[in-house]
Design a protein around this ligand. Structure first.
Ligand code: NAD
Length: 317
C-alpha cells in the first residue's frame, strides 16, 4: 500500500523550474503575505524583488523580515520597476479591483487574492482587461494545493474510489473576524471571503453542477454585518451531490473541518488542519478505503506539508 501512495505524493509536489521563475512585486504587507505568501515563495525558490503597502512601516517591517530588497512608496513606483513581471496582490477585497485595473493596464501578470472582486460584473471586467493586455490574471485559490486535498483528488483520478457519488465539506469553527476590521463592514462575507475555497474544490472534484442552492444566516450578537453561516448544496448530471456547510460562530471550543469524498468503490475522509487553530493549525489528516486496493479498512495517507504556508506556492507556480 505504501508503494501505491508514491504517485499520490508525487502529484502533490509543487515545484517551479528555474526558467519559470518570474520576478514578483507584492502589493499588500498584511498578515497573509507575511505568514503564507512570502514563506511559500522562499521555499519554492521564487524571487520577490519589492513590496508596497499604504502602511509604509508595515511594508518595511515585512521586507526586513523576509529579506526583500525594495520597498516602493506606492503602486506607481512598483509598476515603474521594469524587473517586476508578476504582481502579487493581497489587500482588502474592496481595494483589489482598482489595483488590478492599473496592474493589468501596465501589462503585468497578476495573482490576486480571493475574492477577485465583490461582484461578478467587476470580475468579468478584470478578466476582459487581462485578455486585452495579453497577461495572465489568476486568483489565489490555493486550497487545491493543500496536500491533504491534492492527495484526495489524485486518489480520485487514479480511480481508487470508482464513480464519485458525493463530496461533503463541513466546517464548524470560531473565526476572529476582528482580525480583519474591513471584513466587518462587507455586505456579503462568508462565501466571498471563506467558503469560496470550498466552492472552488467542489468544481475541481466534480466539475460544473446542474444546480446550486445556498442558504445563509447570521448569529445574534455577531460582529460582522453580513452572513457568517452558509449551507450550499450542488446537484450534478449523473447523480453526484455535494454539500458545503460553514459556520464561523462556533463559540464552544470544538472546531472541526472535515472533507469526505465517496464513490461506489471507496471513500476518502480527512480534516483541514489549519482550521483547528488558525493560523498555526495542525497537519491535515487523510484516510482512504477502497475495495479496489488492499486497504483492509481506513488507511492513513502521510500528509507532510500544510495549507499555510505550503499550499500558497501552488497558484504562483
Ligand atoms: N487562504 C487565503 O487565501 C487567505 C487567507 C487570509 C486572507 N486572504 C485574503 O488576502 C487579502 C489580505 O488579507 P490579510 O489577512 O493579509 O489582511 P490584512 O488586513 O492583514 O492586510 C491587508 C493589507 O493591505 C494593505 N492595503 C490596504 N489597501 C491597500 C492599497 N490600496 N494598496 C496597498 N496596500 C493596501 C493594508 O495596509 C494591510 O497591510 C484579503 O483579500 C483576504 O481575503 C486570503
Amino acid at each position: 500500500m505504501i508503494d501505491l501512495f508514491r504517485p499520490v505524493a508525487e502529484a502533490c509536489r509543487v515545484e517551479v523550474a528555474p526558467d519559470q521563475r518570474r520576478p514578483i512585486g507584492v502589493v499588500g504587507a498584511g498578515a497573509i503575505v507575511d505568514l503564507a505568501h512570502l514563506p511559500a515563495y522562499h521555499r519554492g525558490g521564487l524571487r520577490v524583488v519589492g513590496i508596497t503597502d499604504i502602511a509604509r512601516d508595515r511594508a518595511r517591517a515585512v521586507a526586513d523580515r523576509h529579506g526583500i530588497e525594495r520597498v516602493y512608496s506606492d503602486l506607481d513606483s512598483l509598476l515603474a520597476d521594469g524587473e517586476v513581471e508578476v504582481v502579487d496582490v493581497a489587500v482588502p477585497a474592496q481595494a483589489q479591483p482598482g489595483i488590478a485595473r492599473r496592474v493589468l493596464a501596465a501589462g503585468r501578470h497578476m495573482l490576486g487574492q480571493k475574492p477577485l472582486a465583490l461582484s461578478s460584473a467587476t470580475a468579468a471586467e478584470l478578466a476582459d482587461l487581462a485578455e486585452d493586455n495579453e497577461v495572465v490574471l489568476a486568483v489565489n485559490q490555493q486550497l487545491r494545493f493543500d496536500e491533504g486535498v491534492a492527495a484526495a483528488h489524485r486518489m480520485m483520478e487514479l480511480g481508487w474510489l470508482g464513480e464519485i457519488t458525493s463530496l461533503a465539506i463541513q466546517v464548524d469553527i470560531w473565526s476572529e473576524w476582528s482580525d480583519w476590521p474591513w471584513m466587518l463592514e462587507l455586505d456579503e462575507l462568508e462565501v466571498w471571503n471563506h467558503s469560496v475555497h470550498y466552492h472552488d474544490l467542489v468544481r475541481w472534484f466534480l466539475g460544473e453542477p446542474e444546480s446550486v442552492y445556498c442558504a445563509a444566516g447570521r448569529t445574534p450578537g455577531q460582529a460582522p454585518r453580513a452572513e457568517t453561516r452558509t449551507i450550499t448544496t450542488y446537484c450534478f448530471a449523473g447523480g453526484a451531490r455535494a454539500l458545503v456547510t460553514c459556520n464561523h460562530e462556533n463559540a464552544w471550543g470544538d472546531n472541526s473541518a472535515t472533507l469526505r469524498l465517496e464513490g461506489n468503490h471507496g471513500a476518502v475522509r480527512g480534516t483541514l488542519g489549519l482550521l483547528y487553530h488558525y493560523p498555526t493549525g495542525r497537519p491535515d489528516t487523510l484516510e482512504v478505503t477502497s475495495d479496489l486496493l488492499p486497504t483492509d479498512g481506513w488507511v492513513p495517507y502521510p500528509v507532510t506539508t500544510r495549507w499555510l504556508p505550503d499550499a500558497f506556492l501552488g497558484p504562483m507556480a
